[in-house]
Design a binder for this molecule. Structure first.
Ligand SMILES: Cc1cc2nc3c(=O)[nH]c(=O)nc-3n(C[C@H](O)[C@H](O)[C@H](O)COP(=O)(O)O)c2cc1C
Length: 168
């Protein structure tokens, strides 16, 4: 799939079919994360893959804004090292790459950031020196994705030279 086409068409998917995801596709999603750029090429991120149904349900139970992860084929918990001031930018790039690579393989995905942090650390053995940036859930969409991105028009978010100057 053309990269811009993927950017244009991808919507967040929170409702997944029970179709299993081939290992090779899962690995490709992780590989897209591994290949992401990071500040000073520090590559401080770490990924925890959760595939077991009971573990996915537990992730859902301790989440506040990602209950849908219970139905995902797998989830990836993305950790970063907060000693780097840019660590969350790096996390954003990782997750974007993963989600676009997934979309290219017809795999839907979404991320969530609301969870009981203490419970998550305990459950996944995450040490204090790692920040939990987000959890991404992946799976084949249960139904055909029809929808439209609701985004602000370019003229209201991009400017020319100065913020007082509209983009022409
Ligand atoms: C930083 C960030 C945090 C998000 N947190 C959540 C979340 O906690 N739960 C959730 O269901 N979706 C979450 N989302 C998904 C957004 O709601 C979604 O990207 C946005 O509504 C656009 O969706 P669309 O691309 O399908 O139009 C998050 C997205 C981002 C980028």
């Amino acid at each position: 799939m053309d990269v811009f086409e993927a950017i244009k068409t991808r919507l967040e998917v929170r409702d997944y079919s029970s179709e299993p995801v081939p290992k090779e596709v899962l690995k490709e999603v992780l590989e897209a994360g591994r290949l992401s750029p990071s500040g000073l090429n520090t590559q401080h991120w770490r990924f925890i893959v959760v595939e077991d149904r009971r573990d996915l349900q537990e992730l859902a139970d301790i989440s506040t804004s990602g209950k849908w992860v219970a139905g995902a084929a797998f989830a990836v918990v993305i950790l970063t090292n907060p000693k780097y001031p840019w660590h969350l930018i790096d996390a954003g790039r990782v997750v974007t790459h993963m989600q676009l690579a997934a979309w290219n393989r017809n795999l839907g995905s979404c991320i969530y950031t609301g969870y009981d942090e203490k419970a998550m650390r305990q459950k996944l053995n995450i040490p204090e020196n790692y920040h939990i940036a987000c959890v991404a859930g992946f799976g084949y969409p249960r139904r055909r994705i029809i929808g439209r991105k609701r985004r602000l028009p370019l003229e209201s978010i991009a400017f020319s030279g100065r913020m007082t100057q509209p983009l022409t």
